[in-house]
Design a protein around this ligand. Sequence first.
Ligand code: SF4
Ligand code: SF4
Length: 202
Amino acid sequence: MRKPKLRELGEAIRALIKGPYTTKFPFKPAEICPEFKGFPEFQEEGCVLCGGCAQLCPTHTIKVFDKPEEGKRVMFRDYGNCMVCGQCQLYCLTGEGIVMTNEFDKTTFDKSVIHEEIEDELVFCESCGAIITSKKHMNWIADRLGELAYANPTFFVWKGYEMGLADKDSGKNHPGLWREDAMRILCADCRRNLVYKEDWEG
Ligand code: SF4
Ligand code: SF4
């Protein structure tokens, strides 16, 4: 049998006195340095469901589904695919919707631990019915614009709805675009057609 070298003998004695070098993880939580980059975590109050992070996520960990029939936008995050690149936090529209944590252990048989889902109401174009964005996103843009929001007819009407000053039921009941549609919530295409093409009917 090969005799242990002095160094190995020294390490064995040290391990007997001071304990092993390796940690007890996963039986005991691992000690992690504060700078360690782990999985991202969604901050529901800071996320406006703009979908920007879903577009740039390289592994499609984050996905956005619009359900117009239910009037909802749903965001899914399945961390089983996440490669912890941090792009979602770096480019988050609000800077508060997603943060990288130092949580690294998502090993589980319970899928709900690695699967998150949040939802918000959708905002539709009042002329063609196209999806514009989520309600939270509209409010976030309007808040960022401040008083300037009132210079934009779509946001002017939107703020009126939100403050209860405009009747949401006074909906459009004619085809095409009419002059009165200028004061409705319009998608970019309808607004452009209305303003530049003067495509008014009636
Ligand atoms: S850290 Fe990277 S891979 Fe993970 S969710 Fe964010 S963008 Fe996607
Ligand atoms: S607010 Fe940030 S976290 Fe929320 S969908 Fe937009 S980019 Fe993603």
